[in-house]
Design a protein around this ligand. Structure first.
Ligand SMILES: NC(=O)c1ccc[n+]([C@@H]2O[C@H](COP(=O)([O-])OP(=O)(O)OC[C@H]3O[C@@H](n4cnc5c(N)ncnc54)[C@H](O)[C@@H]3O)[C@@H](O)[C@H]2O)c1
Length: 342
């Protein structure tokens, strides 16, 4: 199938493109390129790229595709706090523009990279897809707002699917250290300390970036009736962990490291999610294949191979907010995150 992959230059996109190519699909990327010089090791597999801001998507960008996989976004809470309204403008309104153009152009499938963070401060354990959204941040709010707008566009010829990803982990050619498992592994390797900003009690559902990629491929290849206007939590019950459990798992593979706790960093997110639906109703997925322990081993191999240093771990390349601030401070993008003409 011909797939337009937005956010193709980011952490998940760089892995998902390979999964699509391995399954014989034809992939074109669409991305504005904030992180295109942020390689971790070898660069991602090259694919044709439309270098475009989501806010300016054109009909010709989407025309002729069998599916849009929509990942492009300001992808976390710190970015969401950069400037009021920006997350809404890009993640909600930019996404609505893309979906409307896709629908008008007759693209039958639209797969959206949503997030389990829309459950927010979920009081209960085991939140299913029917649990009410309780977004705690502009980022999480943008995910539920766009899901609702997209659901309203559903008809016989336009099938959206909402893949509500748990927090990702694992190595990617466009690595992020600003997500919890990756961050704690980076601390352990570079400082010999595993440093939590919280008291370690919040729950996080977690999922390997390769399992996210496989979920997208399964949803793309599934019969329409299995995925039409359906939400799926993407992750596994086994990978629902409290943050301190992640720290102790890292320590088990690097026993010389100390674990340290913070108090509260004002982050009220805690949620524990049920993954029965994806395991039983998304054809071909069955279960997430990778555990946090697998990823810690994978990270230690990669850090050894690439001789990861503290300045790289703490630097701009692998922390989304630092890279965006660098692009602003060096005059490459403006306050609206638009590229300045040179
Ligand atoms: N990584 C996770 O833990 C996680 C969990 C749940 C959901 N998600 C969602 O999955 C998607 C991908 O996440 P990721 O971790 O790869 O993030 P990322 O930040 O690594 O990648 C996002 C990509 O979107 C692009 N982008 C941002 N704004 C754009 C704009 N205005 N126009 C065009 N391109 C733009 C960036 O250049 C980047 O390449 C996001 O929608 C994110 O919200 C991620």
């Amino acid at each position: 199938m011909k797939v337009l992959l937005t956010g193709s230059e980011g952490y998940i996109g760089a892995v998902l493109r390979d999964a699509l190519l391995e399954h014989g699909h034809e992939v074109t990327g669409l991305d504005t390129g904030y992180f295109s010089d942020c390689d971790f090791g070898a660069p991602p597999t090259p694919i044709p790229l439309v270098r475009r801001d989501l806010r300016d998507t054109q009909r010709e960008d989407v025309e002729g595709h069998d599916a849009v996989m929509h990942l492009a976004a300001l992808s976390n809470d710190p970015l969401g706090n950069l400037r009021p309204g920006l997350t809404e403008t890009i993640n909600t309104h930019g996404s609505i523009r893309l979906a409307q153009l896709a629908k008008e152009a007759g693209v039958p499938r639209f797969l959206f990279a949503s997030s389990c963070s829309l459950y927010g401060q979920g009081g209960a354990l085991g939140l299913t897809e029917d649990a009410p959204a309780n977004p705690q941040t502009p980022y999480a709010r943008s995910k539920i707002d766009f899901e609702q707008a997209l659901a309203a566009m559903t008809d016989d010829s336009f099938s959206p699917t909402f893949l509500r990803n748990a927090t990702a982990f694992g190595v990617s050619p466009r690595l992020r250290f600003d997500i919890v498992v990756n961050n704690l592994c980076g601390w352990a390797w570079t400082a010999g300390r595993i440093v939590m900003t919280s008291d370690g009690t919040p729950w996080r559902p977690l999922v390997h970036v390769k399992d996210i990629a496989r979920a997208f491929v399964c949803a793309l290849e599934a019969p329409r009736e299995a995925v039409h206007n359906q939400a799926f939590n993407v992750g596994s019950t086994e990978n629902n962990l409290q943050i301190r459990d992640i720290a102790y798992k890292v320590q088990r593979q690097m026993p010389e490291c100390e674990v340290s706790f913070g108090s509260s960093d004002g982050d009220t997110r805690t949620y524990n999610v049920d993954f029965t639906k994806i395991e039983t109703r998304l054809p071909g997925f069955e279960r997430a294949r990778f555990t946090v322990d697998d990823a810690i081993t994978e990270f230690l191999d990669a850090f050894r191979r690439l001789a990861l240093k503290d300045e790289q771990f703490q630097g701009r390349l692998y922390t989304r907010l630092r890279q965006i601030k660098h692009l602003q401070e060096t005059g490459q993008i403006d306050e609206e995150l638009r590229w300045r003409k040179s």
